[in-house]
Ligand binder design. Structure first.
Ligand SMILES: [Fe+2]
Length: 164
């Protein structure tokens, strides 16, 4: 430390608890929502037993809610896809928990293996599909919670590129 420094801390900060940052119970920033998704992804006991595969309809389960956000668990049998959609006013974090998904957006197709994460802003449109021969599981955090999921009636390749 520079001995010319005029910065001094008087006393021990641990003795003045009101100056400490309280531990956050809920995420409020994009980075914290990404962190929440990683935390849940790493804790298989929290989600693995809930997963069901349904070949006839899309299967999803609301895993967790907090003030201003929701966490959903989704399964994908081979060939299942979401169709091209956006998320209304919601931002989101998509995390692949198991298997492999393909995301098609204005940027082209992207292969997402277990552990891969995608962060998207309001208005971002994509089509997510399981192009593999095995089941896949994904975790979706939406903030604010998803209130609409408008479908787009064109292909991902026809979308105008967006800066996300
Ligand atoms: Fe989506």
């Amino acid at each position: 430390m520079n001995s010319d420094s005029d910065l001094q801390i008087a006393g021990d900060i641990l003795e003045v608890p009101h100056l400490l940052q309280p531990a956050k119970e809920h995420p409020t920033t994009v980075a914290e929502f990404v962190g929440l998704a990683r935390e849940i992804a790493a804790d298989r006991g929290r989600w693995a037993h809930l997963v069901e595969y349904d070949a006839t309809t899309r299967w999803y389960h609301r895993l967790h809610t907090g003030p201003g956000y929701e966490v959903w668990l989704l399964s994908w049998v081979p060939g299942q896809g979401s169709g091209l959609h956006d998320h209304g006013p919601s931002s989101g974090v998509l995390t692949v928990l198991e298997g492999e998904l393909t995301e098609r957006s204005a940027r082209g197709p992207l292969s997402l293996g277990a552990g891969a994460q995608r962060v998207f802003a309001p208005g971002y449109a994509h089509d997510v599909v399981n192009d593999s021969l095995d089941g896949a599981v994904s975790l979706h955090v939406y903030f604010p919670g998803l209130t609409e999921m408008p479908m787009h009636h064109c292909s991902a390749a026809e979308l105008e590129p967006v800066g996300v």
